[in-house]
Design a protein around this ligand. Structure first.
Ligand SMILES: [Zn+2]
Ligand SMILES: [Zn+2]
Ligand SMILES: [Zn+2]
Length: 174
């Protein structure tokens, strides 16, 4: 087995810089590397991907877009995993709980985490036109919030920035 890339940053130019997630890149490699990281991360915690969990993560990893649970369910049903909504919800919840997917509240949807083995507090950059999602490093935002919180102990922070990706900005202007 080839050695695992240390992080998705090393592996994928499309994920190294948030803006590049919106640009054309070798996403098959990107998705494959993230899948390998996700499996290693789970194995280290004594967990594994059942077929439906694996397929759900693969579906999320097809693009840098967020998908609603219903759309995931449709795909799973078409592939013979059953039509019961809990099938999709349970798989998505498992992925979220283990840091392999993020819930994007603004879109009521889920996106694969591109840095599954890392402890991180991302800022989500969400394109309101095409629903592409990138994760930007949110450490500076967290520090600013802690400073502004005046003694309040921040335990969780979710920052979602809504806007237009470069491609959709071009479409709006063209
Ligand atoms: Zn990619
Ligand atoms: Zn993430
Ligand atoms: Zn877009």
């Amino acid at each position: 087995m080839p050695p695992l890339p240390k992080t998705a940053h090393d592996a994928c130019p499309g994920c190294a810089t948030p803006g590049l997630a919106f640009a054309p890149h070798d996403h098959a490699r990107c998705a494959g590397d993230v899948m390998a990281l996700a499996e290693a991360h789970l194995a280290a915690g004594g967990q594994r991907l059942t077929p439906v969990r694996r397929r759900t993560l693969e579906i999320l990893l097809e693009t840098h877009r967020a998908m609603g649970a219903y759309d995931v369910l449709e795909r799973l049903a078409a592939e013979g995993f059953g039509r019961q909504p809990p099938v999709a919800y349970r798989a998505l919840e498992f992925l979220e709980e283990h840091g392999l997917a993020h819930r994007i509240r603004r879109l009521n949807a889920f996106a694969a985490c591109m840095h599954p083995a890392e402890d991180h507090a991302p800022v989500f950059l969400i394109c309101r036109a095409c629903h592409s999602v990138a994760e930007a490093e949110g450490g500076g935002v967290g520090a600013a919030l802690t400073a502004a919180a005046g003694g309040f102990a921040v335990e969780r922070m979710t920052v979602e920035a809504l806007g237009l990706c470069p491609a959709c900005q071009g479409a709006a202007h063209g």
